[in-house]
Design a protein around this ligand. Structure first.
Ligand code: NAD
Ligand code: TYD
Length: 341
């Protein structure tokens, strides 16, 4: 494992992973393969291109386009694919599910076919705790059935099942990580944490869905990257691994933490109509990945403090996105007239 193709590497988690791996392994080469959708952004990899130019390459392409994928694998002598490429935002999957089905299911299939055709050493799929559906009690284990409820999670589950099918039917050495909600640098400000931080910096309302009592396991993106690295090197082909802190935070408490860190008033919280089919809680049993020697490096409190600091220090990055027409149109569509008194 030396020549990695990181699909979706210009997005939030993918770009953090590329930086992490190039720093950690001096003999690895990485080609990022990314379509550069609204969420893909070469600003996320600006320092990587400068610091690791000789070991880093970028190819613009769609994972659904088999010919371009194969050409990139061949040209860069790829031995491992790590697939982050996906349509990723639950609220957008409620507006336009087709892109989710296309990229997250069909795209995964194209990459698996490529891994099979080239006899790659490993195909690693980045999945999500959302494939288990909402978990009102207890914690999801990797052997639990998948009970998806949104077009996003249903598409991601389709990708997971296709991975298992390629392992079972064709011996493609597949591993899967099912990560919880990530926070940290370069997260597109449609996701709740960067949205709330950047709105609060500008004294704008924080649109909190429903009663704010839903729970998520917010983990620092670097802990997620470390976990993926551990599974790539120590994971068993054919297996899925949950990846999160194993502790949940209510959205209202996450919101208070952000406001307190920024010294902003709680009156900025604006209750809005709930998300349809809103999953109340995700909760992971992470004992399987812990048994490989991984453990989370940050508590929620530490992760949110680091994350708030980064957005305060990097306005150049998010102001460009938030002032763009694409973002503003999405914001209007998603939030206009949604306030609840
Ligand atoms: P993101 O939306 O920030 O980035 C997605 C990247 O994929 C972008 O660079 C985009 O251009 C690229 N992409 C989208 N469609 C593509 C296509 N058809 N072909 C090539 N590239 C394409 O997403 P993220 O938050 O970094 O998530 C990355 C992965 O991690 C996803 O698979 C997601 O399901 C999973 N995940 C995310 C979280 C989270 O909290 N963000 C948690 C668990 C799992
Ligand atoms: P999100 O970041 O979209 O991640 P996911 O739904 O995939 O877990 O949302 C995290 C939580 O925050 C989720 O319970 C929905 C809630 N939320 C809000 O309250 N307001 C918002 O504007 C958004 C985007 C999310």
């Amino acid at each position: 494992m030396r020549n990695l193709m990181v699909t979706g590497g210009a997005g939030f988690i993918g770009s953090n992973f590329v930086r992490y791996m190039l720093k950690k392994y001096a003999d690895y080469r990485i080609v990022v393969y990314d379509k550069l959708t609204y969420a893909g952004n070469l600003d996320n990899l600006k320092d990587v291109a400068e610091d690791f130019g000789g070991r880093y390459a970028f190819v613009k392409g769609d994972i659904c386009d088999a010919e371009t994928v194969r050409a990139a694998v061949q040209a860069h002598a790829v031995d491992t694919i790590v697939n982050f490429a996906a349509a990723t935002h639950v609220d957008r999957s409620l507006m336009e599910p087709d892109e989710f089905i296309r990229t997250d299911v069909q795209g995964t299939y194209v990459l698996l076919e490529t891994a099979k055709a080239f006899g790659l050493e490993r195909y690693h799929q980045i999945s999500t705790d959302e494939v288990y559906g909402e978990v009102l009690d207890g914690r999801s284990k990797e052997t639990d059935p998948l009970h998806t409820r949104s077009p996003y999670s249903a598409s991601k589950a389709g990708g997971d099942l296709m991975c298992i099918a390629y392992y079972t039917s064709f011996d493609v050495p597949v591993t899967i990580t099912r990560g919880s909600n990530n926070i940290g640098p370069y997260q597109y400000p449609e996701k709740v944490v960067p949205l709330f931080i950047t709105n609060a910096i500008d004294d704008k309302p924080l649109p909190l869905y429903g009663d704010g009592s839903q729970m998520r396991d917010y983990q620092h993106v670097i802990d997620h990257c470390e976990g993926i690295d551990v599974v790539l090197h120590k994971g068993v082909p054919g297996q899925a691994y949950n990846l999160g802190t194993g502790a949940e935070t209510r959205n209202i408490d996450m919101t208070h933490a952000i406001l307190d860190l920024l010294g902003k008033p709680r009156t900025l919280i604006q209750p809005v109509r709930d998300r349809p089919g809103h999953d109340r809680r995700y909760a992971l049993d992470v004992s399987k990945i812990r048994a490989l020697g991984w453990e989370p490096g940050h508590t929620f409190k530490e992760a949110i403090a680091l994350t708030v600091r980064w957005y305060v220090d990097n306005e150049w990055w998010w102001r460009k996105i938030k002032s763009g027409e694409h973002y503003q149109e999405y914001y209007r569509q998603q939030y206009a007239g949604r306030e609840v008194k």
